[in-house]
Design a protein around this ligand. Structure first.
Ligand code: NIG
Ligand code: FE
Length: 390
């Protein structure tokens, strides 16, 4: 089964062979075959296929890669958000509210929530989703969370060390040991990644190192919630452990920027969190100018950012984080793929997974230029049309 998409006004390929950046082809066509991109080139020389889709001059992008989300939860925290907008500060402890609700939920309730949010994302052009555990915080509850995440998400992350649960109040070290031993053993078979919230009010660098190195021994790869609320040691720990990504990077010193720039660790920025917590936005320009690789992701979760919109992240990154539209779109697609160490997504070169996002706009710039406006016209994930968008 093959499909040719014709009359593409602007095809963003992110072709790695083109030397970086969006690698745009104008008046293009793209052929999907057996779930992969089979051909790209000028519309005038497009080969025939079983089916044809007329893009009518629209822009076509790789599907968004949302490399950071927390979708296995129950309930919501709208009151906490309203309080923040009236001056309350965001603190790690709010997570425990969601832990209580999540523990009390049935498997099917949690499944329905993850499915709802993954579909909400797909309707907005997200074709690769990372999903973390972290609202269970017992061996059985965390194991259940990674199992359910694995049913819907492309990438699963074990985040048993999200916050210290009430039962371990005052004993973060004891809980970190559990997260590095029995809990890890129960979760590792269902996950690819291990993550820790390394922050004041959550876990310190020694505890984070213990959980992450145990995770690596269990076959997982590290990533880290780093420097979200304070300029702590987490970014440098992520680089030391060769983590795929240091996420948040809101408060960075020169040593943090230098460490990221001279490593393979991607700086994943989550502007929706700063929006929803009234923190300063991370300085993407400083990271890019230093030579770091930057990804953009939503961090969709019921506390610090209840938005699944990558387009919103792009608009904020362009308006307030000094990224160009091209940089922001690259970071939301190819950047996310780098943060997940994936070479098959985030670009549309022949051989890539056919994750295709047709915008109802003539260029990628419209994602930032028309903030808040739904602009997803059609989506293919792994070569299959995601229906019911309009
Ligand atoms: O990435 N920082 C830690 N975890 C989430 C927030 C989770 C919550 O507030 O429920 C984050 O911001
Ligand atoms: Fe997060």
């Amino acid at each position: 089964m093959s499909t040719v998409i014709t009359n593409i006004g602007e095809l963003v390929t992110n072709d790695p062979a083109a030397g970086g950046g969006l690698a745009v082809v104008r008046d293009a066509a793209l052929v999907i075959e057996d779930g992969a991109v089979a051909w790209t080139g000028p519309s005038s020389s497009a080969p025939a296929a079983d089916e044809s889709f007329d893009a009518a001059g629209r822009a076509v992008l790789p599907g968004f890669v949302d490399s950071h989300a927390h979708l296995v939860f129950a309930g919501e925290r709208a009151e906490e958000f309203a309080a923040r907008m009236s001056g309350e500060k965001y603190a790690a402890g709010g997570i425990r509210t969601t832990v209580e609700r999540t523990r009390a939920a049935s498997d099917d309730e949690l499944r329905a929530n993850v499915r709802r949010l993954v579909h909400e994302m797909a309707r907005q052009g997200v074709t690769t989703v990372e999903c973390k555990s972290g609202y269970g915080l017992t061996v059985d509850q965390e194991a259940r969370a990674v199992r359910i995440a694995a049913e819907y998400a492309d990438e699963v992350t074990y985040l048993g060390a999200h916050v210290v649960p009430a039962e371990y109040a005052g004993d973060a070290a004891g809980y970190a040991r559990l997260a590095a031993t029995d809990m890890l053993a129960a979760c590792a078979p269902h996950a690819r990644w291990v993550d820790v919230f390394c922050e004041e009010g959550a876990f310190d660098a020694d505890q984070a190192r213990e959980v992450l190195t145990a995770g690596v021994k269990a076959g997982l790869s590290p990533r880290l919630h780093a420097n979200q609320l304070t300029q702590g040691p987490a970014v440098r720990l992520a680089v030391e452990l060769e983590a795929a990504s240091a996420d948040h990077c809101t408060f960075l010193g020169d040593a943090d920027v230098d460490a990221l720039a001279s490593s393979r660790t991607v700086a994943t920025l989550l502007p929706g969190v700063e929006f929803s917590t009234r923190q300063p936005y991370p300085d993407a320009r400083r990271l890019l100018d230093a030579g770091a690789t930057v990804a953009l992701a939503t961090d969709c979760n019921p506390g610090s950012c209840y938005s699944s919109s990558m387009a919103f992240c792009i608009a904020v990154a362009v308006r307030d984080m000094r990224m160009t539209p091209a940089e922001a779109v690259w970071s939301a697609t190819a950047g996310g793929a780098r943060a997940l160490r994936r070479t098959d997504v985030g670009h549309l070169s022949p051989g890539a997974r056919a994750d295709v996002h047709v915008l109802d706009a003539p260029s990628h710039i419209h994602l930032a230029y028309r903030p808040g406006v739904p602009q997803t016209h059609a989506v293919w994930k792994h070569g299959r049309r995601v229906e019911g968008l309009l």
